[in-house]
Design a protein around this ligand. Structure first.
Ligand code: XBP
Ligand code: MG
Length: 254
């Protein structure tokens, strides 16, 4: 049981993509299509209970818009809206509008330098992952990740563990040799369901989530000059997450 790989969630973990990335992209797609759907910051927080953009749109209509008469080809409408939303999101990412969270780049650089393997396990669409990495982490950085498990490659999205099982299988590793990084309850249920020790960094949308089972819950990954806070779990007495921290966390009894 040596730490060999790190598996990262994307939305909310690598970057605060939801409020200022996905949400406005959905709204732009709705406006383009002449729909009177609008997701404000607070409503979007509720909608995040459902993962996956297409699934979230269907949930919104079923739950919040009983007044809306679905067209015969509702699935086609949702698919078209989702493609438009992806275009808006990737444009926003390319304009540099979605910065990485504190400590993410530093930790990825160090992990690479010491030979830890990297992977992504996300609910979002693959194009979105590429756009975020290339424009926020740097050109060519998509290649830093040996496996990018994203979107519809598995039928059941988080909180189902399928995307993590898929990523582990592609890496050819056991869960015990890896650590996962998540920001949400749905994400944590998915990683724990695949047997992965999981480090959680919270954000405004996920502060109140139930993170029982997490190896540790932190405010963020921290930086040498911007220490993080331990919200739950062991205090390893280090002001920021580095590879030594991860090895200690991974080796600690659950
Ligand atoms: C985040 C999500 C996604 C995005 C939208 O999942 O729930 O649904 O909000 O993505 P994760 P798409 O944190 O696991 O990455 O519109 O591309 O589906
Ligand atoms: Mg997330």
């Amino acid at each position: 049981m040596t730490l060999q790989a790190l598996l990262f969630d994307v939305d909310g973990t690598l970057a605060d993509t939801e409020r200022d990335g996905h949400r406005p992209a959905f709204n732009q797609a709705f406006a383009d299509a002449g729909l009177d759907w609008h997701w404000d910051v607070s409503l979007y927080g509720e909608l995040l209970a459902v993962t996956g953009g297409k699934e979230r749109m269907r949930h919104y209509v079923d739950r919040y818009r009983p007044d809306y008469g679905k067209p015969a080809d509702f699935d086609g409408l949702v698919a078209g809206l989702h493609q438009a939303k992806t275009r808006h999101y990737t444009t926003r990412a390319a304009e540099g509008g979605i910065p990485l969270r504190t400590g993410v780049k530093r930790l990825l650089l160090e992990a690479r330098a010491v030979g830890l393997r990297l992977a992504i396990a996300t609910t979002t669409t693959p194009e979105n992952v590429g756009a975020l990495l290339e424009h926020s982490l740097g050109r060519g950085t998509t290649d830093w990740f040996e496996v990018i498990a994203a979107g519809d490659v598995v039928p059941a999205k988080k909180p189902a563990p399928d995307i993590y099982h898929y990523a582990l299988q592609k890496l050819g590793l056991e869960a015990a040799d890896c650590l996962a990084f998540e920001d949400s309850e749905n994400g944590l249920r998915a990683s724990l369901g695949a047997g992965l020790k999981t480090l959680v960094t919270v954000n405004d949308y996920t502060l109140d989530h139930d993170f029982s089972g997490a190896a540790v819950v932190l405010s963020d990954l921290g930086e040498p000059d911007a220490p993080n806070r331990v919200i739950a779990g062991p205090d390893l007495r280090r002001p920021y997450v580095d590879v030594a921290y991860l090895r200690a966390l991974h080796g600690a009894a659950s």
